[in-house]
Design a protein around this ligand. Structure first.
Ligand code: PLP
Length: 376
């Protein structure tokens, strides 16, 4: 029997059986009490996961659609400061360039953000700040609370990509003064790919663009969500909503605090293995930045070819990620998002340790043992 590969990627991630089965059914009318209840369940749970009491909408489209909705509705023709220390920060900058006057505040990928430069921009009057909380491309967690504090002090809107932190790490959108927070379905929520959710603060609504996009017009989403039954403006990806509802109920059953603790433990196990092998984690963190608790980026040792290593691991039925863009061949990334537990992490680390040795790297110590000590 051909077994499905185990996806240890920073999205998409394996989906619990209940989530998969939720999609296998006859079509339902999206203008019905039944669909309204599905959408309401998603919104109720996601608000707790975001740490918000603001409005929250689910849109049909991947995480990037959520990023674009945020910028297009609230950043059009505005001065936007974009903090960038990885691929997704760059993406928010590129989106911002399409809609407003974007100012990139760049750091090397995986290195601390330049918050002094942000403050200068804020003094010059930028109206919107964008940040990726958990920069998936580099495995670094950025100081969202501090960025939120700065943005609020200068009365700028704060747009936060929480696509790989929400549901897997601590996010307190309201306490951190996040005006628009965004999540994607196929990351820590362990739902199928194709949905994004965004929360919108009252301050943000007051500054809504008078020239909004059509499909992603958030005022239209607000109007439809306020009806009885709760609806979306256009036909939503109904099967994905059914699956997302199940994923949300699973999160509610686990409890968000437990879920975050589990993610942290899994990432700690991966980090412990890397350390035992004598490999370096890719990000260069400081007191304000941290290693990601949902994806671990590890630098390749000399003379190990990325394609060869990931092929060996793939032959054992496990898929891990390489680096993106200029980090291709320089790092590999192990996702610990969603429903993963010790069995998946241990299998992945065992396969990785084997591949490292097979390709001639002399591991300093036993990474599996080190991981077990974290997990046991
Ligand atoms: C995956 C991801 C996105 C969105 O990607 P999609 O492919 O559009 O879902 C955005 N930001 C971060 C940090 C991500 O990891």
């Amino acid at each position: 029997m051909e077994k499905e590969p185990l996806l240890m990627l920073p999205g998409p991630v394996p989906m619990p059986e209940r989530v998969r089965y939720a999609m296998m059914r006859q079509a339902i009318n999206h203008r019905s009490a039944e669909f309204g209840a599905v959408y309401a369940d998603c919104v109720r749970v996601l608000k707790t996961v975001f740490g918000t009491t603001n409005d929250l909408f689910v849109i049909s489209g991947s995480g990037t659609a959520g990023m674009e909705a945020a910028v297009a509705n609230f950043g059009r023709d505005k001065d936007i400061a974009c903090l960038v220390n990885g691929k997704f920060g760059e993406r928010l900058f590129k989106i911002s360039q399409r809609y407003g006057k974007a100012h990139e505040i760049a750091s090397e990928w995986g290195t601390p953000l330049n918050l002094a430069a942000l403050e200068e921009r804020l003094e010059q009057g930028v109206q919107v700040v964008t940040l990726v909380h958990n920069e998936t491309s580099a495995g670094i967690r950025n100081p969202a609370q501090e960025v939120g504090r700065l943005a609020r002090r200068y009365d700028a809107l704060f747009v936060m990509d929480g696509i790989t932190s929400i549901g897997g790490d601590v996010v307190e959108a309201d306490k951190w003064d996040v005006d628009i927070a965004i999540v994607g379905s196929q990351k820590c929520l362990a739902a199928p790919a194709g949905l994004a959710a965004l929360s919108v603060s009252t301050r943000a609504w007051e500054r809504l663009s008078k020239n909004p996009p059509y499909y992603l017009d958030l005022a239209a989403y607000r109007k439809s969500a306020g009806g009885k039954p709760m609806e979306t403006p256009y036909t939503p990806a109904v099967p994905l909503f059914l699956a997302l509802r199940e994923a949300c109920l699973i999160i509610e059953e686990e409890g968000i605090a437990n879920r975050i603790a589990r993610h942290r433990k899994m990432a700690n196990a991966v980090r412990a293995a890397a350390k035992a092998w004598g490999l370096s984690l890719y990000p260069k963190i400081d007191a304000k930045h941290a290693y990601s608790n949902t994806v671990t980026a590890i630098s390749y040792p000399e003379n190990i070819r990325d394609s060869e290593m990931r092929d060996i691991i793939k032959k054992m039925g496990i898929i891990i990620a390489g680096g993106q863009d200029h980090l291709k061949g320089k790092i590999f990334r192990i996702g610990s998002m969603g429903a993963v537990g010790a069995p998946e992490i241990l299998a992945t680390l065992a396969a990785t340790q084997h591949a490292l040795k097979k390709l001639g790297y002399k591991v300093q110590g036993d990474g599996i043992q080190a991981a077990c000590e974290v997990l046991a």
